[in-house]
Ligand binder design. Structure first.
Ligand code: URA
Length: 239
C-alpha cells in the first residue's frame, strides 16, 4: 500500500497533509527517513514510525455491525449502499467483507472481517454454526410449526432443512418468534415459514455462534470485537 494512503487512512490527515508531514522527514520506514509519498510499504513486515512512534496497522479486523434495512451485505454494489459503505475509512482500509449475507430487508448482527480463514469456518456448512433470528410472522405460530421445524421442512426447491429450534415469544393474530438454524440457505428463514403457508414480516438476526447482537449498537452502527469475543469465535464448536 502507498505510504501516503496508509498514513492518511489511519488518521494523519488528508493525502495533501500527509505529503507535508513526509516533507518534514518525521516519517521513517525501517529506521530510514522517507519523503516519497508514493513509496509502497508493507505495514505487516516493515516498521513505520511517525515522530518516533510506531504506526499500528493490524493485519486482521473483526467487526460486529447492527445492519439496518435497505443496505446490501456485499462489499460493492452498482446501485445500492453496502454494509462496507457504512464503515469509517480507518476500518474500510483493512478491506473487511461480510461473513455471510443478510437480506436487504433483514436487520441485525452481521460480522465483517478480512480474516478469510475465520469467515470460512463460520460459513462452512460442516460446522453447523447456530444463528438465531427474531421474526414477526403474519399469523399465529402453532405447535405443528414447532414440530415441523424440529424435523425439517421442505423448501420450494426440494431441500429439506436441518432440525431447527423454534420458540414462540408472542402469539395471537400475528406472532413473534425466535428461530435457531444451523445452516444458511438463501432466504432460509422466510422460505421455512413459506413452507408452512406463513410470511415473515420482519426479520432480525440476534446471534451468530457464541456472539449475541450488542444491544448498545444502534442500527447502522458497528464496533470491533473484543479479544475475548475473537477467541470464542476461533474456538469453533466449544460454544
Ligand atoms: N433468512 C432469511 O430469510 N433472510 C435472511 O436475511 C437471513 C436468514
Amino acid at each position: 500500500m502507498r505510504l501516503d494512503k496508509l498514513l492518511s487512512n489511519i488518521g494523519y490527515g488528508s493525502r495533501k497533509e500527509v505529503k507535508g508531514l513526509l516533507k518534514t522527514g518525521v516519517v521513517k520506514v525501517d529506521g530510514k527517513s522517507v519523503k516519497d509519498a508514493k513509496l509502497h510499504v508493507d505495514p505487516n513486515h516493515q516498521e513505520i514510525t511517525v515522530h518516533g512512534e510506531e504506526v499500528v496497522y493490524k493485519e486482521f479486523i473483526y467487526l460486529m455491525m447492527n445492519k439496518p434495512q435497505g443496505v446490501i451485505s456485499a462489499t460493492e454494489d452498482p446501485q445500492h449502499e453496502t454494509v462496507v459503505d457504512l464503515l469509517a475509512l480507518e476500518d474500510a482500509v483493512y478491506e473487511p467483507f461480510p461473513v455471510g449475507r443478510l437480506d436487504k430487508d433483514t436487520e441485525g448482527l452481521l460480522l465483517l472481517t478480512n480474516d478469510g480463514q475465520l469467515a470460512h469456518q463460520l460459513l462452512s456448512p460442516k460446522k453447523h454454526v447456530p444463528k438465531t433470528y427474531f421474526a414477526e410472522i403474519n399469523m399465529e405460530v402453532t405447535e405443528e410449526d414447532i414440530e415441523a421445524f424440529k424435523k425439517g421442512v421442505m423448501l420450494d426447491d426440494g431441500y429439506v432443512t436441518k432440525p431447527a429450534d423454534l420458540k414462540v415469544v408472542q402469539n395471537g393474530e400475528t406472532a413473534e418468534i425466535e428461530l435457531t438454524i444451523v445452516e444458511g440457505k438463501f432466504h432460509q428463514v422466510k422460505r421455512m415459514f413459506e413452507s408452512r403457508g406463513k410470511k415473515v414480516t420482519y426479520l432480525q438476526r440476534i446471534s451468530m455462534g457464541p456472539l449475541p447482537l450488542d444491544e448498545e449498537l444502534a442500527l447502522g452502527e458497528y464496533r470491533e470485537l473484543t479479544e475475548a469475543e475473537i477467541e470464542k469465535l476461533k474456538m469453533g464448536h466449544e460454544w
